[in-house]
Design a protein around this ligand. Sequence first.
Ligand code: ADP
Length: 623
Amino acid sequence: MSRQLKILHNFSECTVIINEEGKIEYANPAMENTFGYRPIELVGRSINILVPNTKSHVHQNYLTKYFKNPKDRKMGAGKELYGVHKSGITIPIEVSLSYLEVDGKRMSMAIVIDISERKKILDELSYSQSLYLSLVENTTDHILQIDRKLNVLYINHVSPGLTREQVIGSSFLDLIPGEEMKKKVQNTLRNVFEKGKPDSYELEFYSPVGLLHYVTTANPVIEHGKVRGINLVTRDMTKDMNLKNELVKQQKFIEKIDNFSINGIYIYDLKENRITYINKRFEEILGYNMNEINEMSAEKLVESFNKDETEKVHKFIAEVSRIKPGKSMTNEFRLRNKNGDRVWCLTNNSGFQYDDEGNVLTVIGAFIDITQQKNVEESLLMKNIEMENFAFRASHDLKSPLNSIIQGLTLIIDNKKMDEDSKIEIQEQIIHSAHRMGEMVNSLLAHAQIDTKQDIEDIDCNTIIKEVEIDLKSLITENKARIKYKDLPIVSGVKALIRILLQNLVSNSIKYKGENRKPLIEIIASEQVDYWLFICKDNGMGIMSENLERIFELFDRAGANSGISGSGIGLANCKKIVKVHGGEIWVESEFGKGSNFYFTISKPENYVSGRTKRVNSLSEESK
Ligand code: ADP
């Protein structure tokens, strides 16, 4: 035996020889690599030492059976076999058995192969295979493979009402509804077969559950340069399409808001502190486009739009950040547009997007331009104040001549024995006061009428002064006054009013002349960018500095003119006339030396489009 066994000694596979009782007669050194035992430790021991405990009983039966019908074969065909290592670890093995008779003894030689590595690879392979299958089988997409005849070779799952067996082997086109769609599919598939390049098609058809939309990609299966079949992946895109249609609808809606809304609309991101959306009307009202808005930091936004009311804006942002869904806030803001002009806006803001905790993320706001309305409101307010002043002063100033009339009449009635001369004197005073009252009423009416709608025309100021000279002829001659003027401009305005203005100034300069000086009046006009600046200079008595402003008030006579007749309404009229012509009036004076009355008249274009915003008549603004 030892000679035969020498061959087995160098054999790289584990080899053991056992006798009919299951005792190990021989083990080669390779056994140690797999089982940890040296041959010497195994010889003479039961083979059960290498068999898992649970199997040792079965193994014994197996051995008995084997020796009844001994032949060369694989052990435990189809079953998983395990051996036990010296350390107790079980090892997956494969065993080949051969029958031997050595020295007349029946024996079995087992060649044992450790298949741990192979098993590991197989296990991994089967895992990835099942993973792959489960992916393919369970995906909601339909995955199919078809051959050149368009017959289905594989399908991962089928639609309700069909079985896989029915589908596999049948024509793929049978699954496509409608002749037209069948044609479309056939053409695409033919194309893939011909060109060997992937392609795709979309199908849309009505079903009891509504319009369905499927998209299929077709990839050629190429073998030895030839297209053998096609892999098809069909995805149900109905939901995506519905979503897409909904989006398109929304987009159209937004486009409408964008282009045709009478409201300026914006979306403000509270976290980023910036405007993320504006519509066309926003741009029209405030002058900025989206690119310019995008470039604005939070500070710049407030500075550009709300320079005049930053505090109000910060308060507003704090409030709108807490706005509940479904609620809105209405505010008026005095914004500035890109040109720096004031634009009054009436805004309505509400929460647009909220986070899961109900915090406002973005705010949507709509606004309208109410500048015109506000201007009217403002001028009405001014008018009211003016009216109140007017009524107060008029009633107050009319009272003094009225009081003297009442006093005079009371004196005459109560004093029956009054001598004729005194009576005549009082009667004259009464008549004088009554005239004064009449004059005051007339001037008041004239003042009130400055507002009446009147047409604008081009006025040559040189002609006006000439007319004034004629009207004031006796005053001029009486006082030996001189009026100097040269090349006065043509201005746009209401002729009658401009004449009153210049006549008042000229007549005052003569009336309030300086002591021992012949009145000299000089009228100069200089052209500025938007208006004409007029100066009416005189060498008169001058005005005390504390009276420089009040003389333009209704009925104010500055108290320094005793003996000079007047009603204190002339300069109030001048002020009003200048105002309706979009200008200003003021005076500089040195008491005792003379005065310079300044006034401005806007140029015609400013009546139309400029700051004065007057279109057809002066009174538009003062309404
Ligand atoms: P009236 O001349 O009827 O008093 P005005 O309104 O024309 O009323 O003038 C108001 C006051 O202003 C005058 O009473 C006078 O005190 C002062 N004033 C007006 N024009 C001049 C002037 N050129 N020089 C000095 N004082 C003037």
